[in-house]
Design a protein around this ligand. Sequence first.
Ligand SMILES: CC(C)(COP(=O)(O)OP(=O)(O)OC[C@H]1O[C@@H](n2cnc3c(N)ncnc32)[C@H](O)[C@@H]1OP(=O)(O)O)[C@@H](O)C(=O)NCCC(=O)NCCS
Length: 325
Amino acid sequence: MSVVRSIVAGSGSYLPEKILTNEDLAKIVDTSDEWIVQRTGIKQRHIAAEGQVTSDLATEAAKRALESAGRTPDDIDTIILATATPDNTFPASAVTVQANLGMTHGYAFDVHAVCSGFVYALTTADAYIRAGLAKRCLVIGAETFSRILDWEDRTTCVLFGDGAGAVLLERADGEGSTQDRGILTSHLRSDGRHKEKLFVDGGPSGTQTVGHVRMEGREVFKHAVGMITDVIEDAFSATGFSADDLTWFIPHQANKRIIDASAKKLKIAPEKVVTTVQWHGNTSAASIPLALDTAVRDGRVKKNDLLMLEAMGGGFTWGSVLLRW
Ligand SMILES: CC(C)(COP(=O)(O)OP(=O)(O)OC[C@H]1O[C@@H](n2cnc3c(N)ncnc32)[C@H](O)[C@@H]1OP(=O)(O)O)[C@@H](O)C(=O)NCCC(=O)NCCS
């Protein structure tokens, strides 16, 4: 049976030039390189330059994804940008990316699911492609979390960074089997009862301010591993695959301890885990495409590899996407 599949035709990423190391942070708040590395695995993060906004980072990642796919903006019809740190309350930063790319056709919009944003955006793009609403879609995750951090709060400011990553998703024909290339299954979840455990204490309707990230770190940690493993097991049940079948596990890069604990619980071999959190910290919606693009460009990810992507974040939101490269 012939079915419509969404295949990844190219990827790109962008990190701002400025690097903030753990040693740099220890000069701002009472922390140390040892504490941060031991608890999170993070060694450094990138910080957007003054005046450099989320859509700038997103545009750069999008251009690189288009280049790697051998496509131009004329070839695409849709842009979906996952971000929790848009340039403005409105319009969506995706339309600024559209303008930056010189596109006046098609349509663009933002998706907001914080750290799960890329998994949500990828799932949305796949659904649009399969419904015939899009043929080629740029799916981007981009954040400037440095703008919503409380730089006096050592429990949060050491964890996050700025960055962007993108993939070009294209309509292709498949046979309807799990050997097809493209997205094979997606599983999204949310539970708003956990809102107070990870949130921003500002917003246009609530306070008319932008606000800062607030987090009960231990509580987030406690829930993360169970939620992540649930949606990955859903993906295994839907396809008949197991951890042994995966070529690469590309998780949301929040924290090395969460990544390692999830892989261990799922019995995913450590050498299959792509980890880049040490170089850019938690970049929220940008973290999966940043890790993915790294593993594509260094030659690890190859055609027909089976990739498991997963994320968990504020809301709580969480989800998995299983795809064949
Ligand atoms: C945030 C996190 C690293 C904290 O680690 P933890 O082992 O739970 O640490 P705790 O919060 O219990 O704090 C332990 C101590 O370290 C201190 N501490 C907190 N941040 C610190 C820092 N940056 N540097 C040094 N000490 C710090 C605390 O004040 C506390 O001190 P106390 O015992 O004197 O009260 C951990 O909870 C975590 O990874 N949570 C998940 C966060 C996450 O990934 N969120 C995003 C999901 S998308």
